[in-house]
Design a binder for this molecule. Structure first.
Ligand SMILES: [Zn+2]
Length: 314
């Protein structure tokens, strides 16, 4: 017997609101918070959320990707009822008070009728390409992913509201059954796949890189001199949980293993990186292409691997 309730007031079916491939050049960092108390939980009961979060955060893997330009699209047809542009990207990182009451940053609100609305936040300064009152089709470009308002990483925050209340498109009935594949979503088929964590990028460097360089996409080098003081491989990842294992490996041009190192996480981490490497022992590294590999594992399950190479030589 089917006990499903009818859809509430012509709920829109949402298209992916960002021009990227989930699991490749973007991922979902946070979902709507389903925990009514001071804790937080995404619709699977996992920790990819934070207290009071009312939307879905589609994130890019680096600030370099943001600078290259990634379009934000209307998730469904409707009319633009509000927008803001002109706020500088990255201000929150330097002066959190500067975004007070303007947490969304540069953003767009679309009315889909029947009291359904979507809102898109943190767009790049001067990128908003629609006007107030404009009718848009599903998939219409609205602007570009940025870092405006209250955000520390490049992403578009998309919230869905009905009668002014937040609705999780992954679990619109709010039954919070802790399932990764809810019975009904408000996404067009196929709904975005839930990833409980994974690798975002990996690279080589001659020292443990600054975290800021990892996040910005500037940490990796593809070429090192033979007298580089050390050979370090690092991996950038999201959704870490205590007990997760990060496995880092470097293989020499002749295929021999230079390092194989496992780090266990002690704390939950939304975004993090780990690095491992070896100091030069002789006067020079053998020339050639070195292969690096960084994987994330949870309870024996593989959550992702990133491969990277560096060429050592003149
Ligand atoms: Zn958000």
């Amino acid at each position: 017997m089917c006990l499903a309730l009818p859809l509430r007031g012509e709920a829109p079916r949402l298209a992916q609101p960002i021009d990227c491939t989930l699991g490749e050049d973007c991922y979902i960092q946070n979902y709507v918070d389903h925990d009514p108390g001071p804790g937080y939980a995404d619709f699977t009961c996992g920790p990819l959320s934070y207290d009071g979060h009312k939307g879905t955060d589609f994130a890019l893997i680096s600030r370099a990707a943001m600078t290259a330009g990634v379009t934000v699209h209307a998730a469904a047809a409707g009319r633009v009822t509000a927008l803001r542009d002109g706020m500088t990207d990255g201000v929150f990182l330097e002066d959190p008070a500067a975004v007070k009451d303007r947490e969304c940053g540069n953003g767009v609100v679309i009315d889909h009728g029947e009291d359904w609305q979507t809102q898109y936040c943190h767009l790049q300064k001067d990128s908003v390409s629609v006007t107030k009152g404009q009718s848009v089709k599903a998939g219409a470009p609205l602007g570009r992913v940025g870092l405006s308002g209250r955000t520390e990483f490049p992403h578009v925050h998309v919230s869905l509201r009905h009668d002014g209340k937040a609705v999780d498109p992954f679990n619109p009935d709010g039954d919070h059954a802790c399932e990764e594949m809810p019975r009904r979503t408000l996404w067009q088929d196929p709904a975005p796949h839930y990833r409980p964590g994974g690798m975002l990028s990996a690279g080589f460097s001659d020292a443990v890189p600054a975290y800021d360089h990892v996040k910005s996409g500037r940490a990796a080098t593809v070429h090192l001199p033979a007298d580089a003081p050390a050979l370090v491989v690092w991996g950038f990842a999201f959704g870490g949980r205590p007990g997760d294992r990060v496995m880092l490996e470097i293989n020499a041009p002749d295929g021999s293993r230079i390092i194989s190192h496992t780090v266990e996480l002690e704390n939950p981490m939304g975004l993090f990186f780990r690095a491992a490497g070896k100091r030069r022992s002789g006067s020079a590294w053998p020339k050639g292409v070195y292969h690096g590999q960084v994987s994330l594992q949870r309870d024996g399950q593989h959550l992702g691997t990133q491969h990277t190479t560096v060429t050592i030589g003149p």
